[in-house]
Design a binder for this molecule. Structure first.
Ligand SMILES: CCCCCCCCCCC/C=C/C(=O)SCCNC(=O)CCNC(=O)[C@H](O)C(C)(C)COP(=O)(O)OP(=O)(O)OC[C@H]1O[C@@H](n2cnc3c(N)ncnc32)[C@H](O)[C@@H]1OP(=O)(O)O
Length: 394
């Protein structure tokens, strides 16, 4: 009953406006230069070029760019098909899936060719944000920049309080993998806008695959396990710059960061019981160790929201700064850290993390398996329906 109610609400709310997004005229593309092979550098240049286009190339072309980018970086589409109500993600999935088994190299070449044809037909700007060494484009939900030895991954859905939709989970994993291999010394996760993150996007529960809610829950648990695993295994110092309120998984993951700096405007809230869910991000293990079992219970079981000062007193936050000077003070400090010898930092982190790695992966697996069951519970479904039908907020 809850899911039927949910589906009806979503059909009412989303169908008309979402359809507009994919109703642009088809643009004919001529991508027959597959004999040539674009290098990784050409591909990266093309990604940067796309960001500089002044005119919107239209949704058909953007879908083509998206599908070629995914095929070039991840290979053939093997993610579950979004549900019928999730029109935008379904259009993207269809475009990617239509590329079948096109080899990665060909997709990369086609992407470069397409961008080149766009750049010559549409006026482009050569202006690059001053002071930016490198800007990674191709992300829809993130802004990733690398400068002064720091790779900054910024959650970029400010109008949704940086809620993590399925695409954002994938993009964060991709950005972390890229950051682990780039030449930066440290990596930072932060949020754009007034929130750090409102946690899992509750609309993730709505696009039900043909296999039903069981399949959805199973896929969700696989995704979550892989996602949290990337944080457990991340090899460089990973720092959270918590610019505003943090909810759910954005809080629990903090136990896997190497330092957490917070604005005094930030709050820390894990309302899992209210949502009929249970802790993730290894917090069932890290939080009791960080703050004592009783304090962890207040947060993870009773959903007590902590101020930044309280979270710092409990050891979850490393230091709190006044919001007025937060960005300036934190980035000055991070730039100094990033000048330290990178290999020494990496090796020191490895020694600290290696003692715990096996345990953390085991905890992650157990938490995901418990959550898989929780997502099928009436308690959870009712909480999601209540939020989506605007009957309740945190
Ligand atoms: C089977 C499922 C598989 C899923 C895939 C795997 C996923 C792994 C999951 C890992 C487990 C994670 C658990 C969690 O993170 S639990 C925490 C979940 N978060 C919440 O419950 C927060 C819900 N949001 C709120 O209560 C409020 O929005 C908030 C207090 C954060 C802010 O309130 P405020 O009044 O200031 O702002 P609005 O509510 O108007 O928000 C602005 C718009 O943003 C949308 N929004 C905000 N947060 C979320 C969210 N978490 N999910 C979806 N949408 C969110 C909100 O709806 C507004 O949108 P509109 O402007 O379009 O109305």
């Amino acid at each position: 009953v809850a899911m039927a109610h949910l589906a009806w609400r979503l059909a009412q709310r989303w169908c008309p406006s979402s359809l507009q997004v994919i109703s642009f005229p088809v643009v004919q593309l001529h991508l027959n230069r597959t004999a040539m092979r674009a290098s990784q550098k050409d591909f990266e240049n093309a990604m940067n070029q796309v960001k500089l286009l002044k005119k919107d190339p239209g949704n058909e072309v953007k879908l083509k760019l998206y599908s070629l980018y995914k095929q070039a970086t991840e290979g053939p589409c093997n993610v579950p098909k979004p549900g019928v109500f999730d029109l935008i993600n379904k259009a993207k999935w269809d475009a990617w899936n239509a590329l079948g088994s096109l080899p990665k190299e060909t997709a990369r070449q086609n992407y470069v060719d397409l961008v080149s044809s766009l750049s010559s037909s549409l006026e482009s700007s050569s202006q690059v944000e001053p002071g930016t060494d490198r800007k990674s484009t191709g992300y829809e939900t993130l802004m990733v920049t690398s400068e002064d030895g720091i790779t900054k991954i910024m959650l970029n859905r400010p109008t949704k309080k940086n809620a993590l939709n399925v695409e954002m989970y994938h993009e964060i994993m991709h950005a972390l993998k890229a950051a682990s291999k780039d030449d930066s010394a440290i990596t930072v996760l932060t949020g754009n806008g007034d929130y750090y993150s409102s946690g899992n996007d509750l609309t993730n529960f709505t696009d039900i695959p043909p296999g039903g809610v069981e399949e959805k829950a199973k896929n969700g648990a696989i995704l979550l396990r892989e996602f949290v695993g990337c944080f457990i295994d991340f090899p460089k110092p990973l720092i959270a710059v918590v610019n505003g309120p943090a909810v759910g998984i954005s809080v629990t993951l903090l136990g896997l960061f190497d330092a957490v700096y917070a604005s005094d405007r930030a709050t820390f809230h894990t309302p899992f019981s209210h949502l009929g869910q249970s802790p993730e991000g290894c917090s069932s293990y890290t939080f009791p160790k960080i703050m004592s079992p009783a304090k962890a219970t207040e947060m993870l079981v009773f959903g007590k929201k902590l101020t930044a000062g309280e979270a710092c007193a409990q050891g979850l936050v490393t230091e709190v700064f006044p919001d007025r000077t937060f960005q300036k003070e934190v980035w000055t400090r991070l730039k100094a850290f990033a000048k330290l010898p990178p290999n020494a930092m990496r090796i020191s982190k490895e020694i600290i993390r290696n003692r715990e790695k096996e345990k953390l992966h085991a905890v992650n697996a157990e938490e995901c398996s418990v959550l898989q069951g929780r997502w099928l519970s009436d308690e959870c479904m009712n909480a999601v329906v209540n939020f989506l039908s605007r009957k309740s907020k945190l």
